[in-house]
Design a protein around this ligand. Structure first.
Ligand SMILES: [Zn+2]
Length: 418
């Protein structure tokens, strides 16, 4: 009998390699893969999330179902090659650029679903409700029109997608943020949803967002959400970056998952999640690649730990009394939250195998394998990946990598020309 706490349950030596758990990517905006690396020039001395958002809006305005499909297939193939086997797609670019729904109002959702099906990644599609442009209830700006829904149309969208669910697709729901969804609308949608649908929300990414929430609701976003809604394991709070000690304890006690996106949060200059306090409170968490400036669980987990080391000036932060290995503690963390955050109670037929012949893993044992995978070098070590019994990555490459990359290249050149 294996001890459930022993590393052996995370890592298995098999013929030619090491089997490790497939990783759930809890936060993705697929279209943003197309603008990765294109927002790294200063446009203003005070560049921040808010100036980045202007560039993102210009990119969002160019996407249609075909280009969304082309970008998402490239992204999901890259995710599989990196060892992600499930993606939670936080999808808010629903309509035509002027806000008019497509002939099929679910056309953009279906483009993402097709991209997941064709690449073979498991997907939890999270159609996003986006109604207002700020905490004061102001209307959406012109550039936000294609994100918006009334409640009835939003529930119709979700209802229409439900029959598509299968062993590799779950339909959940997301509220864009407290600033974009009024309280009454949140309640109405929650009442109408299936009780087991995963719920995701951007919660406290920006200091400005916390200040606006305080000004209008006299409470910080996490404080307000925990007080007003029965937050539990069904909820995933994305970018719970700016927290008081009480909020940190409150999320941990609620059973909700925090989706931390270290490379995006670093890229956007958001701030640093209080991981050490949260782990001490036994909080649940996972990772997301969000804007896809990096598509690598290794880099997300490495920088989750390194950020803490840099501010605390200590080493080996993400550990627990029973798990002194940082790598194993991190990998176990993402494993423990995955079922609730994605809605996939079981992921049968999934397998990620690291290359046992890689020099980086020479002489590895099951005790040091995860630390070496996450903290040594930059060569991708994923050799093969299977999802729901289908082989999708072999020799480190997605089985359709060449044709997917060709279509992506054509699409991106077109998007950048327009
Ligand atoms: Zn996001």
């Amino acid at each position: 009998m294996s001890n459930p706490d022993s590393p052996a349950t995370l890592v298995h030596a098999i013929e030619g390699g090491w089997r490790v758990p497939g990783i759930a990517n809890l936060h993705s905006h697929a279209f943003q893969r197309a603008m990765a690396g294109l927002a790294e020039r200063q446009t203003h001395p005070e560049d921040s999330f808010w100036t980045w958002r202007e560039i993102m809006y210009r990119f969002a305005a160019r996407m249609d179902p075909d280009s969304t499909y082309a970008v998402a297939t490239q992204l999901y193939a890259e995710m599989l090659e990196a060892g992600y086997t499930t993606v939670c797609e936080f999808h808010y670019v629903h309509h035509q650029p002027d806000g008019t729904p497509y002939a099929d109002p679910a056309a953009m959702s279906k483009a993402l679903i097709a991209a997941a099906r064709d690449t073979g990644i498991r997907m939890t599609l999270l159609p996003v409700l986006y109604m207002t442009g700020g905490f004061d209830g102001r209307a959406l700006s012109a550039r936000q029109q294609r994100f918006g829904h009334g409640i009835d149309a939003f529930l119709r969208l979700i209802d229409g997608l439900h029959p598509l669910q299968d062993e590799r697709l779950r339909i959940g729901c997301a509220f864009h943020s407290l600033r974009a969804v009024p309280e009454a609308a949140m309640r109405e949608v929650l009442d109408a949803l299936p009780a087991d649908a995963p719920l995701h929300i951007h919660i406290a990414e920006q200091v400005g967002e916390v200040q606006d929430c305080l000004a209008v609701r006299n409470a910080r976003p996490v404080e307000w959400l925990l007080r007003e809604f029965p937050v539990d394991r069904r909820w995933t709070l994305v970018h719970a970056t700016h927290l008081t000690g009480e909020e940190t304890q409150g999320i941990a006690a609620s059973g909700a998952t925090v989706a931390i996106c270290p490379t995006t949060e670093a890229n956007l200059g958001d701030g640093l999640f209080p991981l050490r306090d949260y782990l001490q409170a036994r909080g649940r968490w996972g990772i997301g690649s969000d804007s896809h400036v990096s598509v690598s669980p290794v880099e997300e987990l490495r920088w989750l730990e390194y950020g803490q080391r840099l501010v605390t000036r200590h080493r080996n932060i993400a550990v627990t009394a029973s798990s002194p290995s940082v790598g194993e503690t991190l990998l176990r963390g993402v494993q423990d939250s995955a079922a609730d955050a994605t809605g996939f109670a079981r992921t049968i037929g999934d397998e990620v195998v690291l290359d046992g012949d890689a020099p980086l893993l020479a002489g590895a044992t099951s005790d040091d394998l995860v630390d070496r995978w996450l903290f040594a070098g930059n060569r991708p070590l994923v050799d093969r990946v299977r999802v729901a019994g289908r082989d999708v990555v072999a020799g480190g490459r997605h089985v359709d990598a060449a044709s997917i990359a060709r279509r992506y290249g054509d699409t991106l050149r077109q998007l950048l020309r327009d």
